[in-house]
Design a protein around this ligand. Structure first.
Ligand SMILES: [Zn+2]
Length: 276
């Protein structure tokens, strides 16, 4: 939200960014399954924490997309314990094995391999059970040095609030009124997110172990999704690309694909001369 004010000087945009930033973590609650299956599929910090989801949201509404991107960038700074971010999901799941294990032992395989093993030992010792992978896997996530809900997290939170107050200190009353109006306008979106989170969190913390109350939670979360989808369509406003921008996107995709092919041939040739 602080970015919204600093860059766009607009309270509505600021709220939209905030809502966008709340979307990625909706991938945490996965009520139809139990903890074991959650661990197996590894969807948290993957399903809605990737560049494709962010781009999709950007096409839906650029400010919502920007909020998603800011959230993902901050999560990329968090540790393996918090499970970082799987930015290339679901594409990266094509790669199912790795070349070098965490003890430095090389595997010689012919398939497409990711270079390094995910730091499984650190993850299983320090993370929540349902977030830890069930077996060794390729290093598909991006990690950083910070731990969730510690100083870095709270610094971002408090600094943003202080910035908003300082930035709008000239007319804080008018700003607050605008904020309330924006919250009213985006009420369905916010209610949807809150209902979904509430249902998911009650399930995860209280009921998942016993399996009781599944239907009530499902109804609560599904109504959250319904209100959220309705709220989303009210703010549907895709960016209008002009010819030049489309040209840039097409050139970027073309260059990337050709670059991958050339890099593949390049590495294959070099590999024949010197191994590793
Ligand atoms: Zn997140």
């Amino acid at each position: 939200m602080a970015v919204g004010m600093a860059v766009f000087h607009d309270v509505k945009i600021c709220v939209l960014l905030g809502i966008g930033a709340a979307l990625p973590d909706l991938d945490r609650e996965y009520i139809l399954t139990n903890k074991l299956s959650l661990a197996k599929h590894q969807l948290h910090r993957a399903l809605f924490h990737n560049i494709f989801f962010a781009f999709g949201m950007y096409l839906f509404n650029p400010f919502l997309g920007l909020g998603v991107i800011l959230h993902i960038m901050l999560d990329m700074l968090t540790s393996p314990t918090d499970r970082g971010v799987e930015v290339l999901f679901p594409l990266d799941r094509i790669i199912q094995d790795f070349h070098l294990d965490y003890d430095g032992i090389l595997k010689e395989k012919r398939r497409i391999l990711w270079y390094l093993e995910d730091p499984l030992r650190v993850i299983t010792r320090t993370t929540e059970k349902e977030l830890a992978p069930t077996s060794k896997s390729p290093w598909v996530r991006v990690y950083g040095p910070f731990k969730n809900s510690r100083i870095a997290d709270w610094t971002v939170f408090y600094s943003s609030i202080i910035f908003l107050i300082l930035f709008d200190s000239q007319d804080l009353v008018a700003w607050t009124l605008q904020l309330l109006l924006a919250l009213k306008q985006y009420f369905p979106l916010i209610t949807g997110i809150v209902l979904f989170y509430m249902g998911g969190e009650i399930w995860r913390r209280k009921l998942q172990s016993s399996g009781k109350g599944r239907t009530i939670i499902a109804v609560l979360m599904l109504s959250g999704v319904a209100v959220l989808v309705y709220g989303c369509f009210r703010i549907f406003s895709p960016p209008s690309f002009i010819f030049d921008e489309i040209k840039t996107i097409v050139f970027a995709i073309l260059s990337f694909l050709t670059g991958v092919v050339i890099a593949f041939v390049h590495v294959k040739k070099r590999h024949k001369i010197a191994t590793l």
